[in-house]
Design a protein around this ligand. Structure first.
Ligand code: F6R
Length: 607
């Protein structure tokens, strides 16, 4: 969802900016643009992929060493070149790129129009450019500061002015910006990915901060124009981690990353001897943990299905009533929160607007609020009073895979930690930890089924609808399998707890409506088997995900794929991988843009 890149240094800025935009492609966008200080400011924009922009630029000679660039995901105004960023104000000397939404842009536009300003786009961003121009008295930072005092809304903003050619001003309120500090060069971006090839040293701008970046360094101010000191942090991800590593798509690479990143998630956090987990980031004493009466898990999309697995784990192991709330509902629902409620916000990006708003609401109401987040230094990670990074590494495909798995892993660790303080015995704790340590090998076994799943996907790629069925802890797995399929292959698909079928969904069953059912050897096996018999009687083609060795289920289904057995609570860590691969191959066979599905963005920073 919109990406900003900026560069200021001694190298030609253009290739660095274009490369940076490519690194941010995963966020989703529909147009792109760049502006470079080259004596005057030279700007180029294009609708569509970054290649279209690069094509337009290939015969130009732009050697300037300071510039900004942007990928736009349309919010105000259609997908046109005029609406693409960066935006000039009237005199062509001031240019800005902006993420976020200026809520009062209409009234500002009216005021500016009455002052004689003319607008070339339909965007709220262009209004902001003109507002900064009105306030420009020779110091760009002061002009930005004065303009921002007049806007309502959110922004991640970069600005340049031709009168101050060696300066970029960056400001943040609600939309992330990271500043990279290299050797005599500086980078600004919506996240650290574009700068990883050049530097690992970064500072994260906080809401209400404005940075003035020049060759002599970075100075950061608050909105009251007070100079503040910022911590420089080292980030762990290297550039190579952010590449596809030989896979055709980021999604396929990320599916295959799972055994490794799962190990990263649990490393140093499990204790086989004590049969427990240690997640220090919780920042709660044992007594505070024992006093928790209710857990609320807030998340969106895939993270909310991971949360549903978490609910099973918390209730079963810790005996704490646990709810899952979709963040966009939670924030407006006036939820019942007490000082004995523990809220976990679960998010890959750590920037999801609804989840962030829910965090703020829960904090306001006095809950313990903790994060289960992937992106280090992201807003949710910083605004929660503790929590745990899931260590999935950069997830660049829009469709989330390894983040789901590691969210589940962390929630299971938390459930074990809480459980051991309450009712889980040492023996059960040890069995769980041992089983967790065996998960990477089981994941590898599932990944070896890749070719078999591809053949299966070929067989079923002609169907227009799908239904995923699961029960118990495999119901969220079915939901996630269905979510993945619709996201990237655009096939209509639903997921149901199999016991619900007879209450309505059975009406849909027919030879045109295939079922993907999870029938593994756990406590609900017999129940699930009867549900599938009912489906079979109504002639829907059936694919079964079954436990290795369960030959008897072959008579029930058109196709069976076998996965290794594990403890029931851990089944999602194995079974989900198979459904991810199925969705992936369906999308590839149907020729879809797997890593960047239409209408979706990786980081949903607007409501
Ligand atoms: C699914 C997907 C989305 C996200 C959702 C939450 O593949 O990518 O459903 O899971 O937008 O995003 P985060 O986890 O970043 O809060």
């Amino acid at each position: 969802m919109c990406g900003i890149v900026g560069y200021l240094g001694k190298k030609p800025a253009l290739p660095i900016l274009i490369q940076g935009l490519r690194r941010l492609e995963y966020r989703g966008y529909d147009s792109a643009g760049v502006a470079v200080m080259n004596g005057e400011i030279v700007r180029m924009r294009a609708v569509g992929k970054i290649d279209s922009l690069a094509d337009k630029l290939k015969d130009t000679k732009i050697e300037g060493t300071v510039g900004i660039a942007h990928t736009r995901w349309a919010t105000h105004g259609g997908v046109t070149e005029e609406n693409a960023h960066p935006h000039f104000a009237c005199d062509g000397k001031l240019v800005i790129a902006h993420n976020g939404i200026i809520e009062n842009y209409r009234e500002l536009k009216e005021k500016l129009t009455s002052l004689g300003h003319t607008f070339k786009s339909e965007t709220d961003t262009e209004v902001l450019a003109h507002l900064i121009e009105v306030n420009y008295k020779g110091d760009l930072r002061l002009a930005v500061e004065t303009a921002l005092a007049q806007v309502r809304g959110t922004y991640g903003l970069v600005a340049m002015h031709a009168n101050e050619p060696n300066k970029i001003v960056a400001a943040r309120l609600g939309s992330p910006l990271v500043i990279g500090i290299g050797e005599g060069e500086y980078f600004i971006a919506s996240d650290a990915t574009p700068m990883l090839a050049y530097t690992k040293k970064v500072t994260f701008l906080e809401d209400g901060e404005i940075a003035e970046i020049g060759l002599e360094g970075v100075r950061t101010f608050n909105l009251r124009d007070e100079l503040i000191s910022k911590k420089v942090e080292e980030i762990e991800w290297n550039d190579e981690q952010a590449q596809k590593q030989g896979y055709d798509h980021f999604m396929l690479k990320e599916i295959h990353d799972q055994p490794t990143v799962f190990e990263d998630a649990i490393r140093g956090r499990v204790d086989l001897e004590e049969g427990t987990a240690h997640l220090g980031g919780l920042n709660m004493t044992d007594d505070q943990m024992r006093s928790i009466e209710r857990i609320v898990l807030i998340a969106c999309g895939t993270a909310s299905y991971a949360a549903m697995v978490g609910k099973y784990a918390f209730e079963r192991l810790a005996g704490i009533p646990t709810e899952v709330d979709v963040a966009s509902e939670f924030r407006y629902r006036d939820p019942i929160i007490t000082d004995k409620t523990l809220v976990f916000a679960i998010s890959q990006s750590g920037e999801t607007a609804d989840t962030l708003a829910a965090v703020r609401e829960a904090k306001r109401k006095g809950a313990y609020v903790r994060g289960i987040v992937n992106v280090v230094g992201s807003t949710i990670a910083r605004e929660t009073d503790g929590g745990t990074y899931i260590h999935a590494g950069p997830e660049l495909a829009v469709a989330s895979t390894k983040a789901f798995t590691n969210m589940v892993a962390i929630m299971i660790l938390y459930a074990i930690q809480f459980g051991r303080l309450k009712r889980v015995t040492l023996a059960t704790g040890q069995r769980l930890i041992k089983a967790l340590l065996e998960i990477p090998e089981k994941m590898n076994q599932v990944l070896k089924l890749n070719d078999q799943i591809k053949v299966l996907a070929e067989k079923y790629s002609g169907y227009k609808d799908f239904l995923f069925l699961g029960r118990g802890i495999n119901f969220p797995v079915a939901l996630e399998g269905s979510h993945k399929l619709k996201e990237i292959s655009y096939i209509h698909s639903e997921a149901y707890p199999a016991g619900e079928m007879k209450h309505g969904v059975n009406a849909l069953l027919s030879p045109e409506f295939p079922i993907f059912a999870i029938l593994v050897k756990d406590q609900l096996y017999e129940k699930m088997r009867s549900n599938i018999e009912e489906v079979k009687a109504r002639k829907s083609p059936i694919i079964l995900l079954a436990t290795i060795g369960d030959e008897a289920v072959k008579e029930l289904a058109e196709d069976v794929i076998y996965v290794p057995d594990t403890m029931e609570l851990l089944e999602p860590l194995v079974n989900t991988l198979l459904l991810q691969l199925f969705a992936y191959h369906m999308a590839v066979i149907l020729g879809k843009d797997v890593d960047r599905p239409r209408n979706l963005a990786k980081s949903v920073t607007v409501e």
